[in-house]
Structures are given as C-alpha cells and as structure tokens.
Design a protein around this ligand. Sequence first.
Ligand SMILES: Cc1cc2nc3c(=O)[nH]c(=O)nc-3n(C[C@H](O)[C@H](O)[C@H](O)COP(=O)(O)OP(=O)(O)OC[C@H]3O[C@@H](n4cnc5c(N)ncnc54)[C@H](O)[C@@H]3O)c2cc1C
Length: 541
Amino acid sequence: MIEKCLESTASSHVSSRPASNSYQLAVVGCGPRGLYCLDSLANELQQLDQIPRLYVTVIEPCQYPGAGCTYDIRQPHHLRMNFAARHIDAWVNREDRTLQQLSLVEWMRLHHPGFADPNAFVPRAIVGEYLHHCFRLVAERLSRFAEVSLIRDKVDEIKRTEDHWRVSLSSQTLQANEVLLTIGHEGWRTTAMQEEISSERLIEGVFPICKQLNLQQVAPQAKVALRGFGLTAIDAALSLTEGRGGKFHECGNELQYEPGGWEPEIIYPYSRTGRPMLAKPSSPTLIDTVDTAIWDKWRTEILNSDLPISPSRFDACLWQPVIRAASEALTDIKGSIHSVTEVTQWFENWRLLPPEMVTNVMRQSAEIALGNRPPDAGWSIGEAWRQLYPALVKTISHGGLTNNGWTQFKLLAVEMERIAFGPSEENVRKILALIDHGMIDLTFLAQPSLTEHNGIMKISNDSITVNLDKCINAVIASPNTPATTGPIGSLLSRGSIKCIDPTLGIDIDRAGRPISEIPGDTAGLAILGRATEGCVLGNDT
Ligand SMILES: Cc1cc2nc3c(=O)[nH]c(=O)nc-3n(C[C@H](O)[C@H](O)[C@H](O)COP(=O)(O)OP(=O)(O)OC[C@H]3O[C@@H](n4cnc5c(N)ncnc54)[C@H](O)[C@@H]3O)c2cc1C
C-alpha cells in the first residue's frame, strides 16, 4: 500500500526543478544500505524543530526496495545467508525502537516461525522479506517529515550542473539538490575471464538463478566447469542439484546426496588458488567459552596503532594481534599451551594447501563448527579475525593504511575471507556430500587450462583432459572494478570523483562525501558502500 502511494506521487514533483523554498534528495539504489540511510534520515528529521520542505526520491530498479537484488524475496530458499540470524537487525543501536521495529529473529517468530532459530543461516529470500518490511516502515515514518516517492528504474548517469544534480534515468531526468549513491554491486557483474570462450558455452554469472542456471542454460547430464570456489560457486552448485529436486539426508555427522534426476552429469569447480572456504560455526557455544578479555586486549592494541600504517609496520600493528589473539584463544579453550608459532605455521601450511587435502580441511572445519571435534589453529585464526575485524575496520578505514599497506592488506583479507567469512557448516557439508557422491569433482581445482577450439571446450591439468558442455563464471566483480557505465562510471570518467589508487575504491570522507580535486564538483553528493572499498574496509562483510 505504502509503495503504491509512493509510486503514485513519484511523477507529480520529481521531474520539475526544485522550488527555491524546497529541497530535493535523490537516493539512488535501495538495498540494505539505502534502507539504513533512509532510516537515519528519518531519525535526523525527527530531531528538528523546524523541518524544511523536503522531497525524497528513492530510485531502485528491483521489485522490493530494502531487499534490493541480493536479498530478492523470489529467489529459491537453498540460497542462504553466511551469517547467523541472531546478528541481523535493521534497527541496530536503537535504544528507543518502537514495538514495530523488530530484529530478524523477532520478525520471523511472527511471520516464519519455522525459520526463527537465532543460530540458523536463513534463506536470503526470508531476509529480503524482512528488509522490505523494514523499508515500508521507514518509508511510512519518513513520509511524516518529507514527501517520499519511489521510482522503479535504473540511473544511467548523474551530472552536476550550476546548483543542482541532473539524474538521468532510462525514462526521465530528475533534478536534485543532493544525491546519495548506495548502488552496492551495481547489478550482477562478474570478473572478466582470461580464457576466450564463446557465448554459447559460457554462462556469465549465477544470478538470478532462474534465468542463469535454468534447464535451457545447463541441461541435465551436462558436463560443467564452475569458475570460482567461493560463496557464489557454492550457490551455483546447490542450485544445479538441490535446486533441481536433489535431497540431502543426515547420515551420522555427514550428509548424503540423493539426486533428483535433473542435475548436470558432473561439475568441475576451479579457481586461481584452489583453496576452499572453511565452515563458519553457527552455534555461539564454542566461542562463548573463550575469555572475552582476550579479544578486548587485542582490539585495544589494534585501535592504539600509530597511523597511517606502512608495509614495514603492517605485521606488528595488524597481523601479530590477530595471531596472538588466536593463540591465546586456543590456549584458553583447550586448557593447554598453543603457541604463536603453531598458529603461524597453520597459516603458512594453509597457503600451500595441496589439492588432495582440500576435502580434509573442509570436513575438519565442518566438524569443529558442529562441535564434534575440538577447535584447531585454523578455527582460532578465523575466530580471531571475526572478533578483531570491527577494530581493523575502525583503524584502517579513511587513511589508516598507506596505499602500499592496502595492497598488502588486500592479499591478507582475501585469504582470511576463506578462513573466517565462509559458508555455514551445513553448506560445507552439502558440498562435501556432492563431492562424495561424485557430482562435484575436484580434479581440476587449481589453475587448470580451459580452452575452446572448433566449438569443443576442454578443461585439462597436467595429466587429464575432459570435454565440457558449459562453463559458469561464478566470480563476482571485485569492489574495485566499478561498472564503466552507470552513475559511478560516469563520475569517474569525467574526473569528478577519484579512486585512492587504481586498485582501490573511491576516496570519501567520514560523511561519505567524495574527496574531489575540483572544488564544488561534488557538492551535495555522497557515496556509500562497495564502491568505496579501500577507503572504507569491510563494506559488505
Ligand atoms: C550473492 C550474494 C550473497 C551475499 N550474501 C551475504 C550474506 O550472507 N551476508 C552478508 O553479510 N553479506 C552478504 N552479501 C554482501 C552484500 O553485498 C551485502 O550484504 C549487502 O547487500 C550490501 O548492501 P548495499 O545496499 O550496499 O548493496 P546492494 O545490496 O548491492 O544494493 C544496491 C542496490 O542498488 C541498486 N542499483 C544498482 N545500480 C543502480 C543504478 N544505476 N540505479 C539505481 N539503482 C541501482 C541495485 O538494484 C541494488 O538493489 C552477499 C552478496 C552477494 C552478491
């Protein structure tokens, strides 16, 4: 209802030039971050004695604002969060929340009681329903202070003219005094492949599943290469199996796969390193037994670093606290000494992990996450990274690292992503079940060669070659490769905004205002989220 109201008012005022006594704000992109921004705006306006005449126009192409494309409520339920439900709350830090402002778990108890386990990694579609519900509450509240409208369209370009912004959509052009860009992933983009594969053989991207991985795209019994071995590749593998009617059955501590009959014949994942993602524990029981003073001590150590941190001080200021916290946590939880050397050695071995050990480390991490095996150095290093990450974000964002320091940090962060920010233990066990069944084959996991000649695509390693039907590119574009078209691409190409460095994100201040060399060129513009990664740490983590 509120959306109908929002949309019906949209065309009545947004395309006209703002009146001198009114103020126009355009919010471009409304995933979770756009939602939080609108909520903050409503909070700010609520504090004011006198409210200016304000128009807020939300521009979002996806059907369900708040959810955006990542949390689209129509996606299948086997696509899960990699984060326990208890951590998800759209109204964080709100002491004065109203009875309607519920956390995800509270909301699920009312609307999806079957999912309301605080430790569960719930379907992203359910989180999307929740976020969209929150958007409706926020829009309703904001409407008390401003005229709010929603346009379901994509912004192609934004341009500063004398005293306002021109916002070009596919169907119309708007004018605004201020523009907020929260466009996240900028749609479903992939990282370009080096190999030259024809469009008949290549599936560029996994989402939306119903379009990219349907039976026409990947026929039953097809032989498929899957580029990537991260969360998106896991989503793809589950969509081609569980999503096609296959079932997982509990069998002791493991899962067994029963095919549904519509699966590909075989899926060959491959990646640059061949290293897997480790399971993230769902139950807080394990971590609750670690003395919290350990995390506090090492958080403080990181927060007290002299800034900016250069490569020569990187190890002492950022990495050693993580390693030391990991060794102390492991010692605390196991009641026997586990040295810094042991933890460091685990990490060194991890970086040299041979392909034949991949399923072992995945299985081990799932067993630890389930509580069926005592924690090891790998668990402790992942937990230390998760616990200290907020301190790293605070220390590093907005100039805490020199540019060379960032290059070093990015390499470490990519590695730690696999160890600390992996899928649920359930999804790791599902992938292991598919490997045990033979549906997923790790023969070509690390750096195979993929070629296509005369319409025949092949994957090979030093000893074996197999013909393939399709290759799925399941590697999402990095935050530091903005789309060349679209609002950010257009601002970058005109030089209105700049990246900190060619391999890093857009330079913004703490208010999200781009730092521009041309005075006035970006007045009234704010950019938040993934495009700023490298100036801000952990936008999507
Ligand atoms: C497949 C996938 C799974 C994920 N799972 C998790 C998870 O389990 N846990 C977790 O913490 N994080 C997860 N993430 C990270 C995720 O990016 C963040 O959780 C969150 O979505 C970031 O919010 P955002 O609003 O900044 O960006 P987005 O969610 O990307 O939202 C941006 C919005 O802007 C819109 N938009 C883009 N371009 C334009 C344009 N030109 N004009 C107008 N609108 C535009 C898009 O339609 C979109 O709705 C996942 C990401 C992906 C891609």
